[in-house]
Ligand binder design. Structure first.
Ligand SMILES: Nc1nc2c(ncn2[C@@H]2O[C@H](COP(=O)(O)OP(=O)(O)O)[C@@H](O)[C@H]2O)c(=O)[nH]1
Ligand SMILES: [Mg+2]
Length: 282
C-alpha cells in the first residue's frame, strides 16, 4: 500500500541530507518527520524504540538523550544500522548501536550530563520498518544538573522547537499515564506550534499513552510448595524490559477463577503461553 512516489524520493533525499550534513549544513528539503516531545523520562525513547521493534536506544532515569537523534528507518531485506559519523561500519548487533549512540553523545557533550543541539544521524535498515524519519530529543527539564547551563530549560525548549515547528513535522507528544494531561509541557509546546493539532478522543487517549510491548510470553510457574498461590511469569522473548527495569514480572493468584480470568486477559492482550513458541519441544 506504499506511496511509490515517496518511496522513490526517499533515497534521493537521504543522499542530499547526508551531503549537506557532511559539510556542516542542514538540508532544507522538508519531508514529513515524526519528532517526539515530552518531559524527561516520560518514555519518549521507549516509544520510538517500539517503531523499530529493537532494543537499541539509551533509556533510563535522569537525562539520557542529550543530543537530537535523527533516526531514518529504511525498509530492507537485511537488518543492520549505520551512523553518518562512521559510515563504513555496519552494525548488526543492536547493543553496539546503543553503545555507539552513548559514545558519540559523550564525544560532543562530555560525560557530565551536558547537552548539544548537534544531531546524531542513524539509519536502521530492516524488513520490519516503514520508510520513516523519527527524531528523538532530550526531554524538557527545569533544574540544571552536572555541566548543564543555568538556562537548561530554555535551551532544551529551543532545541525542541527547532524540530517541531517545521511545517513538515508530525509532533508526537509523550506524557506519562500517571500525569494529568492538563500539566503536560509536551502538549503545551505541541499546541503552541500547532494550535489545531488533534488530541485523541478519550477512548483513544488511553491507547495512545500505553506503550505496546510485543513478544510477551507467559510462563506457568505452577503452584508454589506449601502454598496454594498460582504463579505466572510474564517475560519478553527478545530480552526487552517488560516493566521499567524488570525483564520478567510474576503474578500470583489464589483461586482457579482468578487463574482463568488472568489467562483470558493475557490472551486478549496478545500474551501467549511460552510453549506456543516451541511446539516441537513438547
Ligand atoms: N512503567 C513504565 N515505564 C516505562 C514506560 N516507558 C518507559 N519506561 C521506563 O521509563 C524510563 C525512562 O524512559 P525513556 O524512554 O528513557 O524516557 P525519555 O527520557 O522520555 O526518553 C526507563 O527506565 C523506561 O524503561 C512505560 O510505558 N511504563
Ligand atoms: Mg530519551
Amino acid at each position: 500500500m506504499g506511496n511509490r512516489g515517496m518511496e522513490e524520493l526517499i533515497p534521493l533525499v537521504n543522499k542530499l541530507q547526508d551531503a549537506f550534513s557532511s559539510i556542516g549544513q542542514s538540508c532544507h528539503l522538508d519531508l514529513p518527520q515524526i519528532a517526539v516531545v515530552g518531559g524527561q523520562s516520560a518514555g519518549k525513547s521507549s516509544v520510538l524504540e517500539n517503531f523499530v521493534g529493537r532494543d537499541f536506544l539509551p533509556r533510563g532515569s535522569g537525562i539520557v538523550t542529550r543530543r537530537p537523534l535523527i533516526l531514518q528507518l529504511i525498509f530492507s531485506k537485511t537488518e543492520y544500522a549505520e551512523f553518518l559519523h562512521c559510515k563504513s561500519k555496519k552494525f548488526t548487533d543492536f547493543d553496539e548501536v546503543r553503545q555507539e549512540i552513548e559514545a558519540e553523545t559523550d564525544r560532543v557533550t562530555g560525560t557530565n550530563k551536558g547537552i548539544s543541539p548537534v544531531p546524531i544521524n542513524l539509519r536502521v535498515y530492516s524488513p520490519h520498518v516503514l520508510n520513516l524519519t523519527l527524531i528523538d530529543l532530550p526531554g524538557i527539564t527545569k533544574v540544571p544538573v552536572g555541566d548543564q547551563p543555568q538556562d537548561i530549560e530554555y535551551q532544551i525548549k529551543e532545541m525542541i522547537l527547532q524540530f517541531i515547528s517545521r511545517e513538515s513535522s508530525l509532533i508526537l507528544a509523550v506524557t506519562p499515564a500517571n500525569m494529568d494531561l492538563a500539566n503536560s509541557d509536551a502538549l503545551k509546546m505541541a499546541k503552541e506550534v500547532d494550535p489545531q493539532g488533534a488530541i485523541l478522543d478519550p477512548e483513544e487517549k488511553e491507547k495512545k499513552y500505553m506503550l505496546p510491548l510485543d513478544n510477551l510470553k507467559i510462563r506457568d510457574v505452577e503452584k508454589g510448595f506449601m502454598s496454594n498461590k498460582h504463579v505466572f511469569a510474564i517475560f519478553n522473548t527478545e530480552q526487552r524490559n517488560v516493566y521499567k527495569d524488570l525483564r520478567q514480572i510474576e503474578l500470583a493468584c489464589d483461586s482457579q477463577e482468578d487463574v482463568d480470568s488472568w489467562k483470558a486477559s493475557f490472551l486478549r492482550a496478545g500474551v501467549y503461553p511460552e510453549k506456543d513458541q516451541h511446539p516441537n519441544l513438547d
